[in-house]
Design a protein around this ligand. Structure first.
Ligand SMILES: [Zn+2]
Length: 432
């Protein structure tokens, strides 16, 4: 009988909190779509044949395809287990609160314990578990190889947890529902501080390109002229000596800016899965890549990204404050008189888990548009410098194209073969 009573009560909550049901259903559907797309990608990869414009040993190609196939299968299980783990965590929070209360621990301490627990979970499972980090709302592939337990990552997660939990605790205590204003203010400050620290640390490790011995005088002369015409200082372009693979990126915040190219992009990068191939670019191509990065800066892409991050996090915060402002005992799982902050914490966990895929989808859509815009800038300002060769060579390292649908759900950049094709056509029309 008691069991039936509980079922009855849960059903009443479903009726009373339709928005919560809707949120969970929305989250579940988006999760399922991502997994179906993962499976379709797996099928697509396994039957992909070598493109005609790529010269490569057939065996090497087959091994690469096989590796990519097993990677996409792994992604399917990884996505399932991490989302499942988050569901288990959300479901266990009310029981954890109950259990701690039974031990005579007051809600204030329970709050601190839960925050500490999220820090540890986030840190150790950070490759799977995007629970508290609004600044990194999706599992960014570039960071997947970094070790979890290291000072930079620990500070990042500590800041993520503290900058949410401390404002939420005090602003609710003093202003209740209106406390969201304080929390949103903290989100803005927190995001800005993170970007400033990031730019500062990049600037510290970058070697100014004029001082870098691996680039020719001719390249430096061209670059000086180009940067001057495009409102950049020489000190704002540098070379990064870290094992990040052949890469380049730009970061800026209201005039505080830096472009970096990795040393591997300049000196060459040996394909670890093909002994016959080394990515080696001409200086013209490196110049074109730098123009793409200048495009990001000129279009204020980083600032727009921060604004979007702030907007999304703030909307979620406002929703959490308003939708989880009812007495916690309304949710059956919590007893009467439970601190409201514990309910806020629970609500934030639910929102993060349910919205992780929709937010990822939108963020990546915007990201790909920015990349296309930066490519346009490259073409308009340095279009005849063989920028396409970068993509042609990258395709020798990764010759198997993604399924279009999968790429729309997961790609930070437009597909390399599409970018190469676009530049090829542009060159035919505009160069020589
Ligand atoms: Zn870019």
């Amino acid at each position: 009988m008691e069991f039936l009573d509980t079922v009855q009560k849960v059903w009443e909550i479903v009726l009373q909190y339709k928005w919560l049901t809707f949120l969970v259903a929305f989250g579940a559907v988006s999760f399922l779509i991502y997994r179906i797309v993962d499976f379709l990608q797996y099928m697509h990869v396994n039957k992909f044949t070598k493109p005609d414009d790529i010269t490569m040993n057939e065996d090497v190609f087959k091994k690469k395809r096989q590796r990519k196939g097993s990677r996409s299968m792994k992604l399917l299980w990884k996505g399932t287990s991490s989302w499942g783990a988050q569901l288990v965590f959300i479901a266990s929070i009310p029981f954890l609160v109950y259990w701690f209360n039974q031990k005579g621990i007051s809600d204030g301490y329970v709050y601190m314990i839960l925050i500490g627990l999220s820090f540890v979970l986030n840190l150790t499972l950070s490759k799977l578990f995007p629970l508290w980090t609004p600044a990194r709302p999706y599992a960014c592939r570039a960071f997947q190889h970094e070790k979890a337990i290291q000072p930079g990552n620990m500070a990042f997660h500590f800041w993520g947890v503290v900058s949410w939990s401390v404002p939420a605790y005090f602003f609710w205590e003093y202003f209740q529902v209106n406390g969201w204003i304080g929390s949103v203010f903290f989100i803005i400050i927190s995001q800005l501080i993170q970007v400033v620290i990031f730019i500062y640390s990049i600037k510290k490790s970058a070697i100014p390109y004029l001082e870098y011995p691996g680039l020719s005088d001719n390249f430096k002369k061209n670059m000086q002229k180009y940067l001057k015409e495009h409102g950049m200082k020489d000190s704002e372009v540098g070379v990064l000596r870290m094992n990040m693979g052949p890469n380049a990126f730009a970061t800026s915040l209201a005039g505080y800016k830096q472009i970096v190219i990795t040393e591997e992009l300049i000196q060459g990068y040996k394909d670890p899965t093909n002994p016959d191939f080394t990515l080696k670019l001409s200086e013209d191509t490196i110049e074109a890549i730098t123009s793409h990065e200048v495009g990001h800066i000129r279009h204020h892409h980083v600032e727009k990204g921060i604004a979007m991050g702030i907007l999304i996090s703030s909307a979620v915060t406002i929703a959490v404050y308003h939708l989880f402002s009812a007495d916690p005992s309304n949710y059956v799982l919590f007893k009467e008189g439970t601190s409201q902050q514990l309910l806020l914490y629970w609500g934030q966990c639910i929102f993060n888990t349910m919205l992780v895929y929709p937010i990822t989808f939108i963020t990546l859509l915007v990201s790909r548009r920015k990349e296309t815009q930066a490519d346009t800038y490259l073409l308009n300002t340095n279009g005849c410098k063989n920028g396409k060769d970068f993509f042609h060579q990258i395709r020798h390292i990764a010759p198997v194209n993604n399924l279009g649908l999968w790429h729309s759900c997961n790609g930070t950049h437009p597909a390399a073969h599409e970018r190469e094709q676009r530049m090829l056509e542009w060159e035919k029309e505009h160069c020589k």
